[in-house]
Write a protein that binds this ligand. Structure first.
Ligand code: PEP
Ligand code: MN
Length: 340
């Protein structure tokens, strides 16, 4: 942190800031400049609260230098983290696709969709057993039965499975069945849930809160890592904006921003951003081009009958086409993004 003093600040006020910093256990070093003095706060272990210094006499501005997050940051670890889920890798330059329905509705539904997406080239299956629904009157998921169906999908196809955990109460149960545990947009700042995920041995997909800034999202990941789980995959799923033409706005620019700040892999979920089927393919293509480390796409064999998110679910034939586009675009842009 750098504390910039006002022009003409007295030696006493500079000393006052130094004393205030040292009282809090920091090392403060005045750096004389051309027409003003700055004071560097050095060797602090965590982030320093700017509020401690803002109101002190002679202080013009306080510029944070050290990032508030540590474990997730590139400053801490320069090389990319590769998260391994079964034999699927996120962050190694490949583009694994997680596909499946929004919710597990029945064994027949799950197996039918799983076989179709696997045939098209998906690496992993997804499906919610516990569903976070806006309305309490909507389908809430099959719960444990849904998890058991996911286990059957894994057994029959060999694909690892991703599913959401909504609360601490069901964490142990979801953890037992999932190969990767998803924390949804609505829970991105559920700190006790994040801490519990941090104690898990399973990798975690951390979706971005629908109104979260990059720093808040990375701080949420920091909660998980701080508890000891370094296997975190970030997932951009669209943020709430003023537009009406899509359910959310897929924030493509967050991908290079994340890669600059963090070593964690980032995947994109164009389905929940779009909310409508016809936007999913173009947004998926853009996600690959911008450097995604993976994708999450909702697919349903009978979207008109889906219990949730049917309008944004691709038909298997559309997904098959999409996979060809994903691979073609990745063949061109994958190497470029890697070199950036
Ligand atoms: C989902 O993946 O089905 C889901 C509910 O996602 P989100 O948390 O992004 O809304
Ligand atoms: Mn969904």
């Amino acid at each position: 942190m750098l504390i910039v003093m006002k022009k003409g600040a007295t030696d006493e006020s500079v000393q006052g800031v130094v004393n205030a910093a040292e009282k809090r256990g920091y090392t403060a070093r005045p750096i004389p400049g051309g027409d003003r003095v700055s004071i560097g706060i050095l060797y602090n272990k965590g982030s320093v609260d700017a509020g401690h210094f803002m109101g002190l006499e002679g202080v013009k501005e306080v510029i944070p230098v050290t990032k508030p997050y540590k474990l997730v940051s590139r400053e801490f670890q320069n090389e990319n983290t590769v998260v391994k889920v079964g034999n699927v890798m996120f962050g190694d330059g490949s583009i694994p696709v997680i596909a499946g329905p929004c919710a597990i509705e029945s064994e027949e539904q799950a197996i039918t969709i799983a076989k179709a997406v696997q045939k098209a080239g998906a690496a992993m299956f997804r499906g919610g057993a516990f569903k976070p629904r806006t309305s309490p009157y909507d389908f809430q998921g099959l719960g444990k039965q849904g998890l058991e169906i996911l286990a059957k999908v894994r057994e029959k196809t060999g694909m690892p499975v991703a599913t959401e955990v909504m609360d601490i109460e069901n964490f142990d149960l979801v953890e037992e069945y999932a190969d990767v545990i998803q924390i949804g947009t609505r829970n991105m700042q559920n700190f006790s849930l994040l801490k519990r995920a941090g104690k898990s041995k399973k990798p975690v997909i951390l979706k971005r809160g629908m109104s979260a800034m990059l720093q808040e999202w990375l701080m949420a990941a920091e909660y998980i890592m701080e508890e000891g789980n370094s296997q975190v995959i970030l997932c951009e799923r669209g943020i709430r904006t003023f537009v009406r033409h899509s359910r959310n706005t897929l924030d493509l620019s967050v991908v290079p921003a994340v890669k600059k700040e963090s070593h964690l892999p980032i995947i994109l979920d164009p389905s929940h951003a779009a909310g409508v089927r016809d936007q999913v393919t173009p947004l998926t293509c853009a996600s690959v081009a911008v450097g995604a480390d993976g994708l999450m796409v909702e697919v349903h064999h009978k979207p008109d009958e889906a219990m949730s998110d049917g309008a944004q679910s691709l038909y298997p034939a559309q997904f098959e086409k999409l996979m060809k586009m994903v691979n073609s675009i990745h063949a061109i842009t994958g190497a470029c993004c890697e070199n950036n």
